[in-house]
Design a protein around this ligand. Structure first.
Ligand code: ADP
Ligand code: MG
Length: 249
């Protein structure tokens, strides 16, 4: 589904991402961990197209997306969520979910004034978006402005919004940061359900290893911009270099 080869990104003298190669096979949940500043968020930005790689290649379903714009990448089915929720804060929860839906007739300038041409579609979209809210347990907040949600609810909405864009691959940046432990586990159960029922592929940056380890097929560990280990949770936890840089042993 996703293959990175030797991807590099520098900010001035700093090599934030330094020759990273990784793969995310279709239908798998892949973890990405590493200390703060190791380059994880930057790597997600390079994949999603919001930052440009200096060198290397990024393939999505076999297509080279290294130099495509974010909207082109999104339309191919690759969606990312942000570490700090990047919501439309002055729109309601429901409207945030309606925005990414692809191919909406009412968005076309000549059709927009003719309500009868898109009303049924809009209602169907609202129903589908409501179901996403219900699955995430924030249905009662559908009319609340995103700015008025709690931190945890914002993270849930960020996840929900990445789903209504009909993704094939989701890049999630710390989906449970700032979320209560029980809810954090629920978020990963939702991820597991989406993988099982819709065959979605996930690449997930997450600090809560005790939860992440229960759900991933394999993990990559980054340190100072480089991948220093890859394997199952058990293999990664036993890796000496990982223990040194990540667990401080
Ligand atoms: N836009 C930027 N300009 C300059 N330096 C950046 C920028 N984005 C990230 N960095 C730096 O790159 C390194 C990796 O950051 P980041 O990808 O956010 O790491 P992580 O997500 O693993 O904590 C850090 O040293 C960070 O300060
Ligand atoms: Mg980060």
């Amino acid at each position: 589904m996703l293959t990175l080869t030797n991807v590099t990104k520098s900010f001035g003298q700093l090599r934030a991402v330094d020759g990273v190669s990784l793969t995310a096979p279709a239908g798998q949940v892949i973890g990405l961990i590493g200390p703060n500043g190791s380059g994880k968020s930057t790597l997600l930005s390079l994949i999603a197209g919001s930052q440009r790689a200096d060198s290397g290649q990024i393939l999505f379903e076999g297509h080279d997306i290294t130099h495509l714009a974010t909207d082109q990448i999104f339309r191919q089915g690759l969606v990312r969520s942000h570490q700090d929720p990047a919501l439309f804060f002055r729109m309601t929860t429901l409207d945030n979910l309606l925005l990414p839906i692809k191919g909406q007739q009412g968005e076309r300038p000549l059709i927009a004034p003719l309500h009868h041409l898109w009303r049924a579609e809009e209602e169907a979209n609202a129903t589908a978006a409501s179901q996403v809210l219900e699955q995430l347990g924030v249905h009662h907040q559908f009319a609340t402005l995103a700015a008025d949600l709690s931190g945890g609810q914002m993270k849930l909405l960020e996840l929900g919004r990445s789903l209504t864009g009909t993704p094939k691959l989701l890049l999630l940046d710390e989906p449970t940061a700032g979320v209560a432990p029980a809810l954090a586990y629920t978020i990963f159960e939702q991820i597991e359900r989406l993988r099982a029922t819709q065959g979605l592929t996930f690449l997930i940056v997450e600090h809560r290893l005790e939860i992440l380890f229960d759900f991933v097929d394999s993990l990559y560990v980054m340190h100072l911009g480089k991948v220093i280990a890859h394997g199952t949770p058990a293999e990664v936890a036993a890796n000496q270099q990982v223990r040194e840089v990540y667990f401080g042993e």
